[in-house]
Design a binder for this molecule. Structure first.
Ligand SMILES: *[C@@H]1O[C@H](CO)[C@@H](O)[C@H](O)[C@H]1NC(C)=O
Ligand SMILES: *[C@@H]1O[C@H](CO)[C@@H](O)[C@H](O)[C@H]1NC(C)=O
Ligand SMILES: *[C@@H]1O[C@H](CO)[C@@H](O)[C@H](O)[C@H]1NC(C)=O
Length: 296
């Protein structure tokens, strides 16, 4: 019997918590060069992140530029931000399509890079569902760390309307990582913890745009918990380059039309992701990790 069949979705065959393996063996050149290169770039990146934490995050405009620089240093060489139904997007059209302050982007969650990719585009407030039916906000570094954790995001929750009105006044968009924990990017975990009532009852209706993130090679995903230093090392040691595609829906979900099902469907459609069963949630991930540790 397959080892982790319990954690594989019955309908689609997707096992969302298994780490992504390289499809090709590393070339001789990358075996020789990548590790020494990682030894050099790893401490530099640690310094870059500290500089962001201590200084650059506080400087408007410079902070997004600086995150783009960090992404390049992480070898994320190309980010394809595309909008559903739009082919070649001019700079002007791009401005029109871009989410406005207070808008909510709901996205899948694959890796610590996700948060950096969104925040490098425009000022962003990150939000995670809490287990008690509220929503908790996070800065970019906290949101990135959450991708390496197997626990629910722990912070005091608020309701989504008050988060949205604050975001609007601060000029940030909201990126809500609806799954709450990272998967390997092959499907969308259940959105059990997202309290949709708060979206339906929001005083001023929220514009909710679906989005989905995908990486090439897929090994950038972090379905297993890891330390941030360990992840950074793995990222640098394993590939010469990474690419990211972010697809965003052009039609927002609004008001009563927002249900867990409509959110799930919209994200899966925009990202061509498989919709996974209800049993594959945060608790299932924790069980999986226990089994994974024992059986390996
Ligand atoms: C960017 O993504 C869009 C939509 O997925 C795709 O049509 C386009 O070819 C991609 N562009 C590049 C340069 O990969
Ligand atoms: C969802 O939020 C509403 C309003 O804050 C609250 O009354 C309700 O208990 C929450 N639902 C769940 C399932 O926690
Ligand atoms: C670095 O990657 C290579 C494969 O390219 C692997 O054999 C090696 O064990 C990795 N080193 C560390 C320290 O993770």
């Amino acid at each position: 019997m397959e080892k982790f069949s319990k954690f594989r979705d019955g309908a689609t065959g997707v096992a969302p918590f298994l780490p992504v393996k390289h499809t090709q063996a590393p070339s001789a050149l990358s075996k020789v060069v990548l590790a020494p290169l990682a030894v050099v770039s790893w401490p530099l990146l640690v310094v870059y992140f500290f500089a962001y934490f201590l200084l650059f995050q506080w400087i408007p405009f410079v902070s997004t530029w600086y995150l783009q620089f960090i992404l390049k240093s992480l070898r994320l060489l190309y980010i394809n931000f595309s909008y559903e139904g739009e082919k070649r997007v001019s700079a002007r059209r791009c401005q029109q399509l871009r989410a406005k302050p207070g808008d909510v982007i709901i996205s899948n969650f694959v890796s610590p890079l996700d948060a950096i990719v969104f925040a490098a585009r425009q000022p962003t407030t990150f939000v995670f569902p809490t287990t008690d039916g509220q929503f908790a906000t996070a800065g970019v570094l906290a949101a990135a760390s959450q991708a390496l954790s197997s626990q629910a995001f722990s912070a005091k929750g608020k309701d989504i309307s008050s988060i949205a009105s604050k975001a609007k006044s601060q000029g940030t968009v909201i990126v809500l990582f609806v799954e709450g924990t990272a998967s390997n990017g092959r499907g969308l975990l259940t959105l059990k913890d997202v309290n949709v009532t708060q979206f339906n009852e929001a005083k001023s209706p929220l514009n909710v745009f679906p989005a989905a993130v995908r990486y090439t090679p897929g090994t950038a995903a972090s379905p297993l918990p890891q330390t941030s230093m360990g992840y950074l090392w793995r990222l640098l040691n394993e590939s010469w380059w990474y690419m990211c595609s972010v697809r965003v829906g052009s039609e927002p979900l609004r008001g009563e039309g927002i249900t867990a099902e409509s959110m799930t469907r919209a994200i899966c459609t925009v990202g061509r992701l498989r919709q996974l069963g209800d049993e594959l949630d945060l608790e299932a991930k924790q069980e999986f990790l226990k089994a994974y540790k024992e059986k390996r």
